[in-house]
Design a protein around this ligand. Sequence first.
Ligand code: EPU
Length: 432
Amino acid sequence: MPPFCDPSPPSGALAVEGGYPLRGMAQVSGSKNAALGAMAAALLTTEDCYIENVPNIGDVHYMSQVLRSIGARVEWAAPGVLHIDPSQVQDVAPPSHWVASMRGSFLVMGALLGRFRRAACAPPGGDVIGQRPIDVHLQGFEALGAHVWRDEERFVAEATELRGAPIFMDYPSVLGTQNLMLAAATARGTTTIINAACEPEVVALAHMLNRMGAHIEGAGTHTITIEGVPSLKGVVHRNMPDRIEAGTFAIAAAITGGEVEVRGSAPKHLCALIYKLRQAGVEIEMGEDWLRVKGGGTLRPLVIQALPYPGLATDLQAPMAVLLTQAHGISYVHERVFDNRLLYVGELRKMGAEVVTMGTTTAVITGPTRLMGASVRALDVRAGAALVLAGLVAKGRTIISDVHHVDRGYEGLDKKLCALGARVERLTLGQG
Ligand code: EPU
């Protein structure tokens, strides 16, 4: 069985030699964020769960450690198939250092509250992309009848009984919606989540929970209804493809003037991206689970807004900004989801990009610019991928350090790019 991906040490780096158009077929891995939700959902039962199409990435490794730390058995049953045996889970307070290693770990709070009526978790970690409060999660737990308080480093939620209730979310938070679905699945009575997030990863979690015996309707809309059931059973669940990885390959094909068929992804989850790429002049054909992206023409500048689904995904905002450095004219990038997700701009400028920021949520990009290879840092998972794309089109060699951020979210990005004709090399300590 494959070992868990052990994310490269912080000193790991990628060296990218720019100037090679990508050509061929890229197979998309399972979704990072949907896998984290599915792993948390397994805690709601005492029976075995098998999750197929799980990427072997750093965040899955961290989430496995969180589950193991409270007594679950987590192992690869086969490549890409994660077996979770949650029967021995008794501890409801995972160690804070594991929870703090990532954002999705906080989903164990809703699952443990649902199963044991008690959970204690440190505030989650995650990328530095702005304020990331968890108030909608905690308010939702309270609405379900839990008493929630802060006990030194942890949030504690406890309920003698969880009762279904209407919950209005101030913001359609993705993890917030998932956490409340997990907690409400076994609450007594009906829960209605109003202003719920409608991202495909929310739909995927509802689908898995329903196959475990839950009664959830409306996922994919802004109103989700959950009829609580007494208990849930084990499941074999197939994880959805990673729409962000698929989008990243599409942008990579466009930026290098290549032609790539992105397979195993659902174009219906990428409507906004496809629309904007076409608006920029990129040719795209698609079928039910593939898209073929052809670059090479003159790129037109764009105005893009990163928004909740079905708006353009914030996780594709940085890769799109890199593409727009190659467009002819002035582009505007507005980040509307997180309040500080343009930090990568400083790194992009080291490569010669003409980008100015207005506040922390708008970037103005003048193109086209001949990017030049430079030493840059991956500041978070998506910013790291964006810099890899910049390296693909830059003149000379780009060294991207802190590549453990990229490894947290992309399965073998360097190998997949090399298979498409890119020159990407993994450097270990002391190389470069
Ligand atoms: N927000 C609140 N209150 C809350 C929760 C969120 O005001 O209680 C605000 C945040 O401040 C932020 C906005 O809501 O401005 C969006 O946050 P959301 O809660 O929707 O994001 P998330 O659930 O923490 C997930 C993904 C992110 C992805 C966002 C948006 C996981 C593990 N993370 O985060 O993925 O960007 O949804 O789609 O599912 C990534 O994969 O690189 C990544 C950051």
